[in-house]
Each structure stands twice: as C-alpha cells, then as structure tokens.
Design a protein around this ligand. Structure first.
Ligand code: ZN
Length: 74
C-alpha cells in the first residue's frame, strides 16, 4: 500500500499515512490538532519527506510565532 503525506490546513502539521488506493479520506484527521480534511501531498516520497518536513517545521514555527503575536496584540 502506498504511503502518503498529508498537510493539515489548520496547523500545517505534516503526517504520513498508509492508505488503500480508494480509501475515503473523509475520516482523516490531523493527529496534532484534530482538524479534518488534510491536504494530500502528491508525489512526495519518504525519501524527500525528511528535508521537506524540516522546511515545513520551520515555516510552522514561524506561523505559530506570528499567530501568538497577533493574539497578543488583541
Ligand atoms: Zn492540524
């Protein structure tokens, strides 16, 4: 079964999931925040994912920082 990567639209968490070819994605939730309907990252292999993950993680941290800054201003 193929391994897919998903990116949560809510928190940008990246996670991997082995999916059956026609498996319904409707029940898939982000393991980090529980948001539904994560975006499937097509064409990413495990081989590349480590580098991508670190890149995304940096972005996610930046987003988090910006988010909490915005909340603080309120
Ligand atoms: Zn999430």
């Amino acid at each position: 079964m193929p391994l897919y990567e998903f990116e949560c639209g809510a928190c940008a968490h990246i996670f991997e999931r082995v999916m059956k070819v026609n498996e319904d994605l409707g029940g898939l939730v982000c393991p980090a925040c529980g948001a539904v309907n994560p975006k499937k990252l097509i064409g990413r292999t495990r081989f590349h994912s480590r580098e991508r993950y670190e890149e995304r993680l940096a972005r996610r941290m930046a987003a988090r920082a910006a988010e909490s800054k915005g909340a603080g201003n309120r």
